[in-house]
Design a protein around this ligand. Structure first.
Ligand code: FAD
Length: 393
């Protein structure tokens, strides 16, 4: 069976790894930049959580966490056991009076699905995180480690490389080339044309082109609502480490988490209202947003951050699903053999193992064998059934 995957980021590489190892199908992966300079998988904050508001996102992150915990075994190549430096100090969502009911509702859903999440009142928050200033905060929810759940962060680029190396060791071919055309026979695609002039035969095609998936889907006649939306990440150094610091989500949208050396943090926030445009060049990190919005809120929430300094910054694209900010996974409507895995809107790295496994099952066997990913099916766009996720960062 000839499978061509367009895009060799974490989604394409994970799909290739599962196809090659578990289904005996060695795919061809077209990746136009083997250095991954603009790939989201190389520019991510690489965090993982179960604090979502939809069952499918909770399950996807739970199953992917279990995979990432034992990635050294799962993706070993000979004696080489890949590591991704997974840490699990949790996510801490903070809520004002107005946001507390939603936090409680989400908490009920998360715990019903086996995620261990603690609700903390002001006293509980003050006892566990004495460095937090709780002005305006009435409630927090903290993801805790258990055999079936856990939250934190890891090295996303290493996860991508581990999938890629594993896929190649099991016969997948990664070719540095751009998919530019599809050979179509009605609703069937029989080949993929590339920028170099090659035509690769295909029994099935997987679109895993991240923020650039819409132009590829357009080649198959489908208007995929996925756009490249820039997100900035700032590296800061504070005067001191914050003991047991999780990834903190402030009601303002600000987030921060420790990174590497003690006292170093990553932080960010969504763009200012009205400023979230498509295809803003990655070179244009919005430093004014840091000065005007992020830093003041960080210092409000953690007074010690008053004295921080910025030591670095970068930007990457969310592959942003403009309809409902959730992954679009499955067969592309109007086609017989073109699948897609795109549109994860800021939570793709943490879902890649379970999504890659599911897409491999769908392509190789015609249906999902383990976790049913049909809630993320692309038909929901055509049928006007958006899958709303409240917890988008
Ligand atoms: C700043 C930032 C923070 C994030 N934080 C998190 C987080 O905390 N947790 C989380 O889970 N996720 C996070 N994400 C999202 C996560 O990084 C993405 O969801 C994930 O990496 C998407 O993987 P992908 O393989 O679909 O896309 P990519 O990694 O972008 O890979 C797509 C690849 O397709 C290639 N390509 C495109 N078009 C073609 C073509 N026509 N032919 C050949 N190749 C092509 C590109 O070169 C690219 O390498 C974040 C993203 C950003 C930018």
């Amino acid at each position: 069976m000839h499978v061509v995957i367009i895009g060799g980021g974490v989604m394409g590489a994970a799909t290739a790894s599962f196809l090659a190892r578990h289904h005996g199908v060695a795919p061809l992966v077209l990746e136009r930049d083997a250095a991954y300079r603009r790939a989201s998988s190389a520019l991510s904050a690489s965090a993982i959580r179960q604090q979502f508001s939809t069952a499918i996102n909770i399950r996807l992150s739970q199953e992917s966490l279990l995979f990432y915990r034992q990635i050294g075994d799962a993706l070993a190549v000979g004696d080489e056991r890949p590591g991704i430096a997974l840490e699990e100090p949790g996510y801490l969502y903070l809520a004002t009076e107005g946001g507390a009911p939603v936090l409680r509702e989400n908490h009920a859903l998360q715990t019903a699905h086996g995620a261990r999440v603690a609700l903390l009142d002001r006293e509980g928050l003050a006892a566990r995180f004495p460095w937090l200033a709780l002005d305006g905060i009435v409630l927090g929810s903290l993801g805790e480690r258990s055999p079936t759940s856990g939250e934190g962060w890891f090295d996303g680029y290493r996860a991508l490389r581990a999938f890629r190396d594993h896929a190649q060791a099991h016969g997948a071919r990664f070719v540095e080339d751009e998919g530019t055309g599809l050979v179509r026979e009605g609703a069937r695609v029989t080949g993929v044309r590339t920028a170099s002039g090659a035509v690769h035969p295909a029994d099935a095609v997987v679109i895993a082109a991240g923020a650039w998936s819409a132009p590829v889907a357009a080649l198959a006649g489908f208007d995929l609502p996925v756009r490249a939306r820039k997100r900035d990440v700032f590296v800061v150094e504070g005067p001191a480490p914050l003991p047991h610091c999780p990834l903190v989500i402030d009601p303002s949208g600000l987030w921060f988490r420790p990174e590497g050396a003690p006292g170093r943090f990553l932080c960010g926030a969504p763009p200012a209202p009205g400023m979230d445009h498509d295809d803003v060049p990655l070179e244009q990190v919005d430093h004014a947003r840091f000065t005007d919005f992020i830093w003041p809120r960080m210092a409000e929430r953690v007074p010690a951050f008053d004295a921080l300094r910025v030591t670095g910054a970068w930007a990457g694209y969310y592959e942003y699903n403009t309809v409902d900010q959730n992954g679009l996974v499955g067969w592309l409507p109007g086609t017989e053999n073109v699948a897609v895995a795109a549109g994860f809107s800021g939570h793709g790295l943490q879902q890649a193992p379970a999504v890659g496994r599911g897409v491999a099952e769908l392509v190789a066997t015609g249906r999902y064998q383990t976790l049913d990913l049909s809630p993320l099916g692309v038909e929901r766009l055509v049928e006007g059934r958006p899958l709303r996720e409240r917890n988008i960062i």
